[in-house]
Design a protein around this ligand. Structure first.
Ligand code: ADP
Ligand code: MG
Length: 677
C-alpha cells in the first residue's frame, strides 16, 4: 500500500465510506494516518477480575460464559453477559445491541474495558468497550480498543472512532516506513523531539502516557514549524523584493499637525507612529499590523501617515469593512486633514464622489475600492481597517492598484492578538501595538447577569435611559457561528426587537440595526441614535465595528457565553467613548460560563483577555473554537508558548539554508497564506 494512494484502497473502505471520510477531510491514506485522536481513554490497567476495585477504570480479559437478550418493561433490549477469567466472574450489561448475542457467543474470548461497579458481591461493568480475541493466546497481548491507552477520534455520521481505530491499526504498519522525516537530526536533538514515524505511531497507539506526550510535542512542533517557515519566508521575500516609494517625513509639519489636534497623543500612539513613519521612509514596502483596543485611537495615527504621504505628493487609500465605518472615517479624516489641503474622497458601492480619483490625495472606501473601474494615480500607502474582515485576495487587489511599486501596507485591528498567535499566524507582519487608552477614559463597568437577575437588569436599563440622556445598545443572541450575518441571525434580531419594543421597554424608543438593511436605512438609524432620537439600539452580534456614539453608555449582550472574552471586550468598547461612566451587562443563561465571564468584570486589557481565552476554552467549546479566528491546529495549542518559540527559532535557523532541505522546501506555499476566517 502506498501512503499517497486514495483512501478507497484501504480494505473495507467502499464508496459510501469514501464519501463519509471526505467529510472528515480524509482523501488519501496519508490523510488517514494524519487523522489524529483528540484524546485517549486510559484502559491500560489490565487486571484479574478478583483484584479489580469498584470505581476503577480497567480492562479485564476472559471468556464469555453466558450472554442473552433481556426485554425491559418498556420493550427495550438489554444484553446481559457473564465473563470469567477462570478465577472470578464479571457481570456485563449493554443496551440496545441485540446483535452482540450473535457476535460474542458463549465461549468467545473477549477483552472488556470500562468502569467497574459493585452490586452486592457481584462485580459489574455497564456499557463497556469490548474487543473480540481469537484465542486465549491473544488475551495476553495489548488490544486495539481495550487494554491500552485507546485513541478516540473525532467522529462523523457513520464513521465511529472504533472504525477509524480498526483501519489505522491495519494501515500504519504497512505505510509508516514511507513517511519521510523532514527535520534535520540537529534540530530534533536541540529540541528533544521524537522521530516523525515514531511520533505518528505513538500518537495513535501510545505505549504509555509519556510516549504520547512526546508524540504530541513532536507533531505540535511540526504544525507550528510549517506555519512559521511559511510566514518567515513570506516576510523575507517581502523585505527583499517589494520595492516601494520612500516617503520622507517633514518633521515640522507633522509636529504642527499633532499640535493642532484637540487632544494630546498618548505615548503609545507616538511610539507606533514613529515605527510607521520609519517604515515609510524606506524604499522597501512596509507590511505592518497596527493593533489597539477599540477607542485607543488608531485612526489619528493612520491620518498622520496619510498626511506624510500627501506631503510627498502620493495618494493613500483606506479600506473599511462596512459602509458606516467608511463614512465615519471619511468624516474624521476630512476633519483632520482637509484644513491642511488634503483632498479626501469617499468611495462606496452606492456613493462615488468621483470616478476619476486622480485629483484626490486620500481615498476612503469600502471594498468598492477594489473594483475594476477604480484607478489610482500614484498610490503609495494602503491602510486596511479591521483586517480580519478582508481576505488576502481583497488586500492584494487593492495593493495592485498601485502602479510601478508596491504600496506600503498598514493593517489595523482592534482584535487583541495573543503573543503566541502574533509569533505564528501573523509572523510575516511587523507588529505595532497601542497598549494604552487616551487619558480620561473610564473603564466600562461590567456585570455578569444570571437569568434570575434579568428582569432587574431590564428595569435598571429602563430607568437609567429614562432619567438621563444616555443610550443603550442591546446585542442580540448569537445564533450561528459566523463572522458575517446570516438570514437566521437577522430574523432572530427582528424577533428580539419586537419582543423588547412591545414587552420589555414599551415606553422607550427602540431602533434596529442589522447587516441586511439598506445602507441608507442603516445610516438613518445611526443618525437617529446620534441625535438622541433612539434610546436603545438593538443590533445583531455582528454589530458594526467601531460605531462611534459618545452618548451611548450601556452595552447589553445576550448569550454572552457564546462569545470569547476578547470579543466581548471588543463589543463593550463600543460604549465608554465619551467621558461618562459606562456599563456593560453580560446576560447569560448558562451557569457554567459565569466563572469565565466574570473575568470581564475586573480585567480591561484586550491582550490579557485574549490570552485567557486560549487558556480557558476547552476543545469542546463549539462556539468558541472558530471564533478566535486562528487556523485550527490538530495537535498543537496556541497557549503553548514554549513549543511555539522552539518551532520559531528552528524555522529561523533553517530558512536561510532551505535549499539544502528539499523536504522542508516542500512545506512552503503548500497552504498559501494562512488567513484567519
Ligand atoms: P480606534 O482605535 O477604535 O479606531 P479611534 O481612532 O476611532 O479609535 O478613536 C476613538 C476616539 O478617541 C475618537 O473620537 C478620537 O478622536 C479619540 N482620540 C484618539 N486619540 C486620542 C487621544 N490621544 N486623546 C483623547 N482622545 C483621543
Ligand atoms: Mg477604528
Amino acid at each position: 500500500m502506498n501512503v499517497n494512494s486514495p483512501v478507497h484502497e484501504v480494505p473495507f473502505v467502499g464508496l459510501t465510506m469514501v464519501k463519509r471520510l471526505k467529510k472528515l477531510g480524509i482523501d488519501s491514506v496519508l490523510d488517514l494516518i494524519y487523522y489524529f485522536p483528540f484524546r485517549h481513554d486510559d484502559y491500560s490497567l489490565t487486571s484479574p477480575i478478583s483484584q479489580i476495585q469498584p470505581g476503577e477504570i480497567a480492562t479485564i480479559k476472559g471468556q464469555i460464559i453466558s450472554i442473552e437478550n433481556v426485554y425491559t418493561r418498556s420493550g427495550k433490549k438489554i444484553q446481559k453477559a457473564v465473563v470469567s477469567d477462570g478465577e472470578d466472574k464479571l457481570f456485563v450489561t449493554w443496551f440496545n445491541q441485540p446483535f452482540l448475542v450473535k457476535s460474542l457467543p458463549q465461549g468467545t474470548f473477549v477483552s472488556i474495558s470500562g468502569k467497574v461497579e459493585k452490586f452486592g458481591l457481584k462485580k459489574a461493568i455497564t456499557s463497556p468497550k469490548y474487543e473480540k480475541q481469537n484465542s486465549a493466546m491473544e488475551l495476553t497481548q495489548t488490544g486495539v480498543h481495550t487494554g491500552r491507552l485507546v485513541p478516540v477520534y473525532p467522529e462523523t455520521d457513520g464513521v465511529s472512532s472504533k472504525w477509524i481505530r480498526s483501519r489505522v491499526v491495519k494501515v500504519l504498519p504497512k505505510t509508516i516506513d514511507q513517511i519521510e522525516e523532514f527535520l534535520p537530526e540537529e534540530i530534533k536533538k536541540e529540541n528533544g523531539l521524537t522521530g516523525l514515524q515514531e511520533a505518528i505511531k505513538q500518537m495513535h497507539f501510545p505505549e504509555n502516557q509519556e510516549k504520547l506526550n512526546k508524540a504530541r510535542e513532536r507533531l505540535g512542533f511540526d504544525e507550528f514549524f510549517e506555519i512559521q517557515i511559511n510566514t518567515l519566508s513570506r516576510k523575507k521575500e517581502w523585505k527583499e523584493k517589494k520595492l516601494a516609494h520612500a516617503i520622507s517625513v517633514d518633521r515640522d509639519k507633522v509636529i504642527s499637525l499633532i499640535k493642532s489636534l484637540p487632544f494630546t497623543l498618548t505615548d503609545a500612539q507616538r511610539r507606533v507612529l514613529s515605527e510607521i513613519l520609519q517604515d515609510l521612509g524606506k524604499d522597501k514596502a512596509m507590511n505592518r499590523l497596527l493593533e489597539g483596543d477599540v477607542g485607543s485611537g488608531k485612526t489619528v495615527v493612520a491620518a498622520i501617515a496619510c498626511y506624510v504621504a500627501f506631503l510627498n505628493k502620493f495618494q493613500s487609500a483606506l479600506m473599511s469593512p462596512t459602509q458606516i465605518l467608511a463614512q465615519q472615517h471619511y468624516k474624521t479624516l476630512t476633519n483632520i486633514l482637509a484644513p491642511l489641503g488634503v483632498n479626501v474622497a469617499l468611495v462606496t458601492s452606492d456613493q462615488k464622489t468621483a470616478k476619476d480619483l486622480s485629483s484626490f490625495d486620500l481615498i476612503v472606501g469600502t471594498h468598492a475600492l477594489i473594483q475594476k473601474d477604480i484607478r489610482f494615480e500614484n498610490l503609495a500607502l494602503v491602510i486596511v481597517d479591521e483586517q480580519h474582515r478582508f481576505g488576502v485576495q481583497q488586500r492584494a487587489l487593492l495593493s495592485q492598484k498601485a502602479k510601478e511599486k508596491t504600496p506600503h501596507i498598514l493593517t489595523m485591528t482592534a482584535t487583541p492578538i495573543p503573543r503566541t498567535v502574533a509569533l505564528t499566524v501573523y509572523g510575516d507582519l511587523d507588529l505595532s501595538v497601542i497598549d494604552e487608552m487616551p487619558i480620561g477614559r473610564q473603564n466600562v463597568k461590567t456585570w455578569v447577569v444570571p437569568s434570575n437577575k434579568r428582569q432587574a437588569a431590564y428595569g435598571w436599563i429602563s430607568q437609567r435611559v429614562k432619567d438621563t440622556d444616555e443610550q443603550a445598545f442591546i446585542v442580540c443572541p448569537l445564533i450561528e457561528e459566523s463572522s458575517f450575518e446570516t438570514m437566521k441571525s437577522v430574523k432572530a434580531a427582528s424577533v428580539e426587537f419586537e419582543r423588547l419594543s412591545n414587552k420589555v421597554f414599551p415606553n422607550l424608543r427602540l431602533g434596529l440595526l442589522h447587516g441586511r438593511m439598506k445602507p441608507k436605512e442603516k445610516e438613518e438609524q445611526m443618525q437617529k441614535m446620534k441625535e438622541g432620537l433612539i434610546d436603545i439600539l438593538v443590533a445583531t452580534p455582528v454589530v458594526e465595528v467601531g460605531i462611534d456614539i459618545p452618548t451611548a453608555t450601556i452595552m447589553m449582550i445576550e448569550t454572552s457565553e457564546r462569545f470569547g472574552l476578547a470579543q466581548l471586550h471588543q463589543l463593550r468598547g463600543r460604549v465608554g467613548r465619551g467621558n461618562k461612566q459606562s456599563y456593560c451587562l453580560l446576560f447569560s443563561e448558562s451557569h457554567n460560563s459565569i466563572y469565565r465571564l466574570k473575568h470581564l468584570e475586573n480585567n480591561y486589557s484586550g491582550a490579557t483577555l485574549a490570552e485567557l481565552d486560549l487558556k480557558l476554552r476547552g476543545p469542546g467549546d463549539l462556539f468558541g473554537k472558530a471564533q478566535h479566528g486562528y487556523p485550527q491546529l490538530k495537535v498543537g495549542s496556541y497557549s503553548d508558548l514554549e513549543l511555539i518559540k522552539k518551532a520559531r527559532s528552528a524555522a529561523e535557523k533553517l530558512l536561510p539554508e532551505i535549499e539544502k532541505f528539499p523536504s522542508i522546501k516542500k512545506l512552503l506555499d503548500k497552504k498559501g497564506e494562512i488567513v484567519p476566517n
